[in-house]
Design a protein around this ligand. Structure first.
Ligand code: MLT
Length: 265
């Protein structure tokens, strides 16, 4: 099902019934990143995949861009769907938003799944790269951004063996609206250090890394996992940064088992 939230124009897809799972895409994706999760996990959960403000069919943020602003928009979105508590699953930038949701709206968070993401803030070098990318998109458009971002987005096995996935990812990146891209780059560059947040997490938490991720190495995610009491850590072989998109069956298996573990708790 496709819907439009009653809050500030949030486009989203929904499938299934049961315990709610909120999927938060990365940069510069849209909700279609999670298509294989919405089809593969519908028998087990009520899956919701919104477009973050400024991406897909969602209106850009109204005020200054920040992870807090994205988190507040998603909290309003959940309220509009009548969901009081959800497992929050964020990939990369979606993970940055999940940290902000946990800090600002902990009562909404039943459990956390961090995929291909990091707790650390941007380095000066990373901020300079974001300024450079913003210039590129302003002058040459999202297609040029897609060319630059694609190699890091997918693992080498996927790029070699699945040209159709590389083409689909390219189309997603190239479709990203300028306003949304510029807001997200600003918000990511300014995001706080979430490392101190790790030890505050008291809900069941799963970390999923792609073994071939060159943006967030699996070792960095393992170090995050070690700071969250009782959390689990899994690595998907043959997958890069967009691990849920590259190896959906493996990702769905891990997430499905995690959700089974939550049932009845
Ligand atoms: C993402 O996939 O969301 C990006 O790699 C995040 C980032 O640029 O920090």
């Amino acid at each position: 099902m496709t819907g439009e939230a009653m809050t500030r124009a949030i486009g989203y897809d929904e499938s299934g019934a049961g315990q709610p799972v909120l999927f938060i895409h990365g940069f510069p994706h849209d909700r279609s990143l999670w298509a294989a999760q919405l089809s593969g996990l519908a028998a087990r959960a009520r899956c919701l995949a919104p477009d973050l403000p400024g991406f897909g069919q969602s209106a850009p943020l109204a005020g200054a861009p920040s992870m807090d602003a994205y988190a507040d928009a998603l909290a309003a979105f959940l309220a509009s769907t009548g969901i009081a508590r959800a497992t929050v699953c964020g990939l990369s930038m979606g993970g940055y938003v999940a940290f902000a949701l946990w800090r600002r709206h902990p009562a909404l968070v039943r459990a956390l799944v961090f995929a291909s993401t990091r707790a650390a803030p941007d380095t000066d070098e990373a901020r300079a790269k974001r300024r450079d990318l913003a210039e590129l998109v302003r002058h040459e458009g999202s297609g040029a951004m897609a060319e630059r971002q694609l190699p890091g987005m997918l693992g080498k096995s996927t790029r070699r063996r699945h040209p159709e996935l590389a083409a689909a990812m390219w189309r997603m990146l190239a479709a990203a609206p300028l306003d949304g891209v510029l807001q997200a780059l600003e918000a990511m560059a300014a995001r706080p250090d979430s490392t101190p947040t790790l030890s505050t997490i008291t809900v069941p938490t799963l970390f999923i890394a792609g073994a071939q991720d060159v943006i967030v190495p699996a070792a960095e995610m393992r170090a995050m996992h070690e700071q969250v009491a009782g959390s689990a850590f899994e690595v998907i072989a043959g997958a890069g940064h967009a691990c849920n998109f590259e190896r959906p069956a493996a990702f769905n298996h891990l997430l499905g088992e995690f959700l089974v573990g939550l049932d009845g708790n």
